[in-house]
Each structure stands twice: as C-alpha cells, then as structure tokens.
Ligand binder design. Structure first.
Ligand code: FES
Length: 320
C-alpha cells in the first residue's frame, strides 16, 4: 500500500505547556484536506532526515481546512518530536492521508481514558460525540495541571473529569469508582504512555471488562512486545504468496526490513507494531505475534504485522 502525501503548512503553533506544542496544519496549496473520523492519525515527515512519526488528529473532525495535532517533546525520542518542536508558523511539512484503527464503536455509551498526550485522539472523539449528542465521559489524567495541554479547553465540560497526580487523592482516577463493572452497551477507549495503558487496561480487566469492550492506542509498543526490546528468536523463512519468493529472516532482523531491503513494496508506517499499516494475512505457518495493535479476533482471523511479529514455525507464508 502506498502512502498518499501532501505538503502542508504550519498555520498556527501554540505552546500550552513547556513540552507540548499544538499545531494547526493546512494544505500548502490551499485545497481542503482529507475527511477523517475521530481517532484517526496521520504520518508527518519532519526534519532534515525525513523522520516519519504518527500523530493523532485532535479534532474537531469534519473541518477539512485544517488538522490540529499536539506533539510532546520527548527527550528519549528518536528525533521525531524534536523535529516537530523546531517547526514555526509558515514552515512546511509533508503529511499523509489519515488512517484510523481507533474509531468509535457502535455502542450507546463511551468511556474515554486519556493519559497525558494520549488525550489527542480522545479529544477528537469527545468533540464528535458532543456534536452528535452522544453519551460519553472523558477522564483526562496528567502529572500536573500545568502539563495538561487541553485542561483549559476541557475544564468546564460536565462530561470531562480531570485527574492530576499532584492534587488531592480524591480526584485521582479510580477505575473501581469511575468505571465500575462492565456494561454491555459501553465501550472503553484508552490512549496514553505504556505505564498508564498497563494500569487502566489491567484494572479494567480485573473489574470484569471483556477484551472486546476495550479499545486502545499506544504511543510505543509494550515493553515485552517492542521489536527492539523483545528477545530475538530464531531465524525462519517467509514466503510471499503472490510471487512464491522466499526470504530468510535472521534472528535479529524483522520481516519488514528484509522485504524492503529486497525491493518488496511492503506496506508500513510506525515500524513498532502499533499502527496496523503493515498488517497482512498469514496463509501458512505459526505466527508469533509481537504487535500492540491487533485484537485477539483479528489474530485468530490470520492478521499479522510484518514489522514486529515473527514465526514460531520454520516457515511462514503471507498474503503479499
Ligand atoms: S508498521 Fe505500524 S504496525 Fe507495522
């Protein structure tokens, strides 16, 4: 799959916190941008070395003249967020068409759980639900009020609860109180850094919420699943169903890297097992799933990420 790109210009830049910049981007040629559903993200190519990073669109969706996104300047990043923070109004960056693997489910009620910069896709969802008269509640957690980029925008919304680590214990997120037992007509959406995600998803599971009700988007793969951090396993062979070509995947290599090195036009974006762009179907062999994007049902249906997952069997055939 080929990524569709367009040149965009930074129309506004605001810095609501010392580490978070909020950008509004418009097409450089003045035309409208692509429509999108809340929860969608775009790729942004920024910096001299063309680093590509994914950023969720903050909404409101349906405004095709501009995309709003918020970027946390992460010291431990591989450079993408620093390149974004170097942007000023008037600068141009290439952006992709939106993709969405984190859309709203067709249920009556939605509980949105945001940790820090994870507010971005959930903000778009809350705006869409406000506009449609949907039933939801948004819990927005941050270390401090000063680090919550959208606290001012959201603080008077009765459907929003703000939770700060450094404020009285009674206002902190308590899932037994704030979420309660599972409801068949309610879906949960969680987005945030790894520790936050592990906590809220683990606690929701303890409270009896079934995996099918939990919708999640991580910013980086869970430690145990991350391709760079996961223990490499043995070599195996991947066969492409379309050509019959076979490729040896070494213990330290990813399938995606080997395919790209050999000129195969394989789809990809994040390369961390979190965006779903490289998903293909496994036709034969036993997959060793190491992504953080596919649901159990999708895995059972044969879906597989080329960038992060591996094989438990000596051979794997994929529908590519
Ligand atoms: S490229 Fe994003 S999941 Fe593989």
């Amino acid at each position: 799959m080929t990524t569709t790109w367009t040149e965009s210009v930074v129309v506004t830049r605001q810095d609501p916190t010392p580490r978070i910049a909020v950008f509004e981007l418009a097409r450089a040629d003045g035309a409208e941008l692509w429509d999108y559903e809340p929860g969608a993200h775009i790729d942004v190519m920024a910096g001299a070395d063309g680093l590509i990073r994914q950023y969720s669109l903050c909404g409101p969706a349906g405004v095709r003249k501009q995309y709003r996104l918020a970027v946390l300047n992460e010291q431990a990043s591989r450079g993408g967020s620093r390149a974004m923070h170097a942007l000023a109004e008037g600068d141009t960056v290439r952006i992709s068409a939106p993709r969405n693997r984190f859309g709203l489910a067709p249920v009556r009620r939605h509980v949105l759980l945001a940790g820090g910069i994870g507010i971005t896709p959930l903000l778009a969802m809350s705006l869409a639900l406000d506009a449609a008269g949907g039933d939801y509640h948004l819990h927005y957690c941050a270390r401090t009020r000063a680090e919550a980029a959208f606290a001012t925008e959201l603080q008077n919304n009765p459907r929003v609860s703000l939770h700060f680590d450094d404020e009285p214990a009674g206002q902190r997120l308590d899932l037994a109180r704030d979420l309660g037992p599972p409801q068949s007509d309610t879906a949960l959406y969680a987005c945030g850094p790894g520790g936050f995600m592990d906590h809220v998803l683990g606690r929701a599971a303890e409270l009896g919420w079934p995996p099918s009700a939990l919708h999640k988007e991580r910013f980086s793969a869970a430690a145990a699943d991350l391709q760079d951090g996961a223990p490499a396993s043995g070599a195996f062979t991947v066969r492409l169903a379309s050509t019959g070509a076979e490729y040896r995947i070494g213990g330290e290599e990813t399938i995606l890297d080997v395919l790209l090195d050999n000129g195969v036009d394989a789809p990809y974006s994040c390369r961390q097992g979190i965006c779903g762009e490289c998903v293909v179907r496994v036709l034969a062999g036993e997959p060793d799933h190491r992504d953080d994007v596919l649901t159990d049902a999708e895995r059972a249906d044969g879906m597989f990420t080329l960038c992060s997952s591996r094989a438990r069997s000596p051979h794997l055939e994929v529908d590519l």
